[in-house]
Design a protein around this ligand. Structure first.
Ligand SMILES: Nc1ncnc2c1ncn2[C@@H]1O[C@H](COP(=O)(O)OP(=O)(O)OP(=O)(O)O)[C@@H](O)[C@H]1O
Length: 230
């Protein structure tokens, strides 16, 4: 299996503070990987490192090619991020927000119609403004926008945070559909239940170090749970 995303001995720091230390892992084509760890373990920093937000050392490769210089956007190389806090544009309509994601020149299956089929309530509210949406709809909108770039790997930072159980179920179903279409997922979650429902493999961070990488069934082991202090 070829790696879409690979970290090789990556350190990441904000200012002088080193947050990630010697982190190495790979996400293969079509794989679903859950990244777990307690508050402050470095999960968001790992995703943001792909975008060059913290300062990094070591190599981050997309499709086997290092992300050199950070001048180019990983999205155009097939890696998209749904950031924590969604970051939708409140003054644009649903449809305008979604089409903004189409910046890359990649081609594929995620047309506007296809994302509206995935999230019918966005289709019904396509002319509403971002501010008029519920938290769950905003999350769906952020996912829809990221899909428009036709990612080979979609990274999501706590996509169910603060949402009602029925909305979480809808997002889980959408992620299953995205996965079924062959898109790899790297999912940051505090709740291992979500990762157990969706992922093939888990990665665990503790204090900025990778302390676990294995099949998701191992998340049930008490030794693993203690290690990551969930
Ligand atoms: N912009 C920043 N500047 C300085 N320190 C930061 C910044 N962002 C995060 N940190 C620090 O980096 C560490 C890791 O944060 P990160 O957000 O990656 O953790 P996390 O595992 O995603 O946790 P959470 O679940 O709380 O989001 C924390 O100690 C945090 O305070």
């Amino acid at each position: 299996m070829s790696a879409i995303l690979e970290f090789r001995h990556v350190d990441a720091s904000y200012g002088g503070a080193t947050i990630l230390r010697d982190v190495s892992f790979a996400v293969g084509s079509g794989e679903t990987v859950g990244l777990v760890g307690r508050n402050g373990a470095g999960k968001s920093t790992t995703l943001l490192a792909v975008y060059g937000v913290p300062t990094t050392q070591g190599d981050i490769l997309v499709d086997g090619v290092p992300l050199a210089g950070r001048a180019h956007v990983p999205t155009s190389r097939g890696v998209s991020l749904v950031p924590q806090g969604k970051r939708i544009f409140p003054n644009l309509t649903v449809e305008e927000n979604i089409t903004l994601g189409r910046a890359s020149r990649r081609t594929g299956t995620w047309t506007l119609d296809a994302v509206f089929e995935l999230f019918p309530n966005l289709a019904r509210g396509r002319r509403r403004h971002g501010t008029a949406l519920s938290g769950g709809e905003q999350q769906m909108l952020a996912i829809a926008r990221a899909l428009m770039a036709e990612p080979a790997l979609l990274m999501l930072d706590e996509p169910t945070e603060g949402l009602a159980p029925v909305v979480i179920d809808a997002i889980v179903e959408a992620l299953k559909e995205i996965r079924a279409r062959g898109t790899a997922l790297l999912l940051v979650e505090q709740h291992i239940g979500m990762i157990q429902k969706l992922a093939d493999r888990y990665l665990a961070l503790r204090g900025g170090k990778l302390v676990g990488d294995g099949p998701v069934a191992r998340l049930q082991d008490r030794a693993v749970q203690e290690l990551i202090a969930l």
